[in-house]
Design a protein around this ligand. Structure first.
Ligand code: GLN
Ligand code: ZN
Length: 758
């Protein structure tokens, strides 16, 4: 059959944010969960948000609008629903929305789907479970319903769904299911059916998202590309197909896709480049949707450079449309919602709606020439020049210090340090401790809100936080823990707290981005050289230490995590920025030590998150990431014990890097995997102190003393007692004081029991 003839479009984005400019969806969803809003109330908030998003984009000048990227929780879960692949354990829940939320969040007796990171972003998706009993079945209700809504608004809708290859590559085989890609041929008839139903609505394009194709693929996966898409283009009735890739270059998948009869390809020209695309003969009859506007970062686009990128593609394709590099899910809605933003900084940035304007400008220039947009080009050029010459971008002191100490990243060998610290700290075997935060009580939240509204002054706020710390220290003394913490009551967020105190960062007031479900984060914007103005944590820790004879652990966030959870400057290599943050943290460790703090924990829960998607780029990343951590932690004396905390137990490619961090003690999640991670660490040659979590803090359940005792005995089979620490899986800030007290009492008792057996 011949390809459908569709008029191609010129300006679009690959997807839109959905949480709402004022987090309306978050608020409505949480009200629904709490029983304060009924289903129709929630649905009307959602419909209004969709309508607003589409109308705004249409009015701004996009001529193809993504429809279907809205989600009540997560688009991968939506795809599982569309393909009939929800786990059997939720099947009995009659209401489809409640069934959906049960799969996402669990219920009292149903475990939720696992959640994991969406590629190398800070968004998390739910991992579909597919077993031999999963029977795929199409339910296109959601996407069809959204198309109807869009047509009522006369919006040029382009339905977006996750493609079959990425769906399977992101899912998890269960119950003895073999490799999932083996089941892709079962999905083809469902997608054919979907294409027919979409054709019936009259849409002329459909976007199938296949971001998994930018990762390293083995040859069965590469072969599946041709097989699947050659089958889909044979659909007797269908819209034109746009296959969207993002977060990197397609690499060998490019030619496979290009050789199929799909009508369009979306490519990420921010994370990837035009290499291999420009001049590829198979693209001559296709639409290239060129992602030249960064969908993941907040900087204003260099329009002239984007235009020259677009120009290299013009002769290579039947048509070129301008787009964001990925969905706008990853950036805040608009700079207009930032009243406190410094006037010059404002001109350097583009959030979601400003990116849409940039796309429209670029598309206009492509269509009618640069003359039509001279003002826009000039404004972007001026802003870029102002940004490049802004004095706040450079701090010569920081650069000078870094140049002189950047090679100093080693400490005395770990076994010598262990001996020195053993004498200095005089801790029992199997020391007990916690990861840092204690429950964020109502009192803490009230005080923070009162400070914000001006009801109390800073002095009163500090007094209240010091009281919180005193309570937490007293609780730990009573429980009999060996190494105490101050509880982190003064921290709104483990990254923002530091960003607010460092030069080079700007904290937004409204720059919310969805992290998962209804959880949103407000990443700070790292725009210039990072420098520490003054000690950031010392007074709090010293206060805690003054209340006890036990050692209090100082608590810092590591350079890689601060980097990963911020919008980062794009005008210098990440490695350089990481070292600047590391220097600030290093100065803090030195000050803590001088103030008498003997143990310092530098959290790096995001170490694995920034790992590049392609194996070939991973060694370089690990080298600078580990280097930054070591720069941050090698400024202290041998007697000062450095801890780190990593929030997971599946280390994958980063496992060897854990030892290279050279932290004296590393605490990790381990309870759910029942300590198996210790064998992995052992196999990777790890021989430093380790605190495998002995209970899962993600649930309110209080672990019994016996079960912790059993886990500790198991841990001792993999780790000698001299290196083993006893702690929960992670921080306790999301838990309640009652359950934390009971859980930690059992933890301390279990440690005593096992210690007595040594
Ligand atoms: N110290 C932090 C806490 O306990 C660590 C949090 C984390 O690892 N995400 O809350
Ligand atoms: Zn953690």
């Amino acid at each position: 059959m011949s390809a459908p003839t569709a008029s191609s479009f010129t300006a679009t984005v690959l997807g839109s944010a959905r949480i709402g400019p004022n987090r309306e969806l978050k608020k409505a969803t949480e009200a629904y969960w709490a029983g304060r809003l009924d289903r129709s109330g929630l649905e009307s908030v959602a419909a209004q948000l969709r309508a607003d998003t589409w109308s705004r984009q249409h009015t701004a000048g996009l001529d193809s609008i993504p429809v279907g990227t809205f989600s009540f929780y997560d688009h991968v879960l939506d795809t599982a629903v569309m393909l009939g692949a929800l786990p059997a354990r939720v099947a009995d829940i009659a209401d489809d929305l409640d069934r959906y939320f049960a799969a996402a969040r669990g219920t009292d007796d149903i475990a939720p789907l696992e959640m994991t990171k969406w590629f190398d972003t800070n968004y998390h998706y739910l991992v579909p479970e597919i077993g031999p009993d999963t029977i795929f079945e199409l339910d296109a209700t959601k996407i069809l319903g959204e198309i109807v809504e869009a047509r009522e608004l006369s919006v040029p809708a382009r339905p977006v769904v996750l493609g079959p290859l990425t769906f399977l590559l992101l899912s998890k085989p269960v119950d003895g299911q073999g490799p999932l890609l083996g089941r892709v041929d079962e999905l083809v008839p469902l997608y054919l059916d979907l294409l027919a139903q979409l054709a019936d609505t009259g849409v002329d394009w459909v976007q199938l998202d296949e971001p998994a194709l930018v990762r390293d693929l083995d040859s069965p996966a590469l072969d599946a590309i041709g097989r699947v898409y050659n089958a889909l283009v044979q659909a007797p009735k269908r819209p034109s197909i746009l296959v969207a890739s993002y977060f990197g270059s397609l690499g060998p998948a490019l030619e496979r896709l290009a050789r199929t009869g799909v009508e369009g390809l979306a490519v990420d020209l921010v994370a990837g480049s035009t290499t291999g695309i420009a001049g590829l003969p198979e693209l001559a009859d296709k639409l290239i949707v060129a992602g030249v506007v960064d969908g993941r970062n907040v900087w204003r686009t260099d329009l002239e450079q984007a235009l020259s990128t677009l120009a290299t593609l013009l002769g290579s394709a039947a048509a070129v449309a301008v787009s964001s590099s990925c969905s706008l899910l990853h950036v805040p809605y608009t700079i207009d919602a930032e009243p406190d933003l410094d006037a010059s900084l404002r001109t350097w940035l583009a959030f979601g709606s400003e990116k849409v304007s940039e796309i429209v400008t670029l598309a206009t220039a492509l269509r009618t020439g640069c003359d039509a947009v001279t003002d826009e080009l000039a404004a972007a050029r001026t802003a870029a020049q102002m940004r490049a010459s802004d004095p706040r971008l450079r701090n010569d002191r920081v650069r000078g210090v870094l140049a002189s100490i950047c090679t100093d990243r080693t400490r005395t060998p770990a076994d010598r340090r262990r001996e020195i610290q053993r004498r200095h700290l005089d801790l029992p075997l199997l020391p007990t401790t916690t990861i840092g935060s204690y429950p964020q009580t109502a009192r803490i939240r009230v005080a923070r809100a009162a400070l914000r509204t001006g009801e109390i002054d800073h002095g009163e706020y500090v007094r209240r936080m010091r009281d919180e710390i005193a309570d937490v220290v007293a609780l730990q003394e009573k429980l009999g823990l060996d190494v105490l913490v101050h509880g982190e009551p003064e921290r709104n967020d483990m990254v923002q707290y530091f960003a607010e105190q460092l030069d080079g960062f700007f904290a937004t007031t409204n720059g919310w981005v969805q992290s998962y479900g209804t959880r949103c984060v407000r990443p700070p914007i790292l725009y210039g050289d990072v420098a520490r103005r003054a000690p950031m944590t010392v007074e709090w820790i010293v206060h805690a230490q003054s209340l006890t004879d036990k050692p209090v652990k100082g608590m810092l966030t590591g350079p890689v995590t601060i980097l990963a959870w911020s919008f980062v400057r794009d005008d210098q290599p990440l490695a350089e920025t990481a070292d600047q943050i590391a220097l600030a943290i290093r100065d803090e460790t030195v000050d803590l030590q001088a103030a008498g703090v003997r143990i310092i924990q530098v959290d790096e829960p995001a170490l694995r998150e920034l790992l590049p998607l392609r194996a070939s780029e991973q060694p370089d990343y690990l080298k600078w990431a580990v280097g930054a951590f070591r720069l941050a932690t090698s400024g202290v004396a041998d007697s000062t014990q450095i801890h780190t905390h990593l929030c997971y137990s599946e280390f994958g490619e980063v496992i060897e890097a854990i030892a290279e961090l050279d932290a004296d003690v590393t605490s990790i999640e381990a309870a759910r995997s029942r300590m198996e991670v210790l064998d992995d660490l052992d196999a990777a040659g790890f021989d430093l102190g380790v605190g495998p979590g002995v209970y899962d803090i993600h649930s309110p359940r209080v672990p019994s003393e016996d079960e912790i005792t059993a886990l500790l005995r198991k841990a001792l089979q993999a780790v000698p007692a001299e290196r083993l620490w006893v702690n929960p899986d992670c921080g306790l800030k999301t838990r309640g004081t009652t359950e934390v007290t009971a859980s930690l009492a059992n933890l301390v008792a279990a440690a005593a029991t096992v210690r007595a057996e040594l």
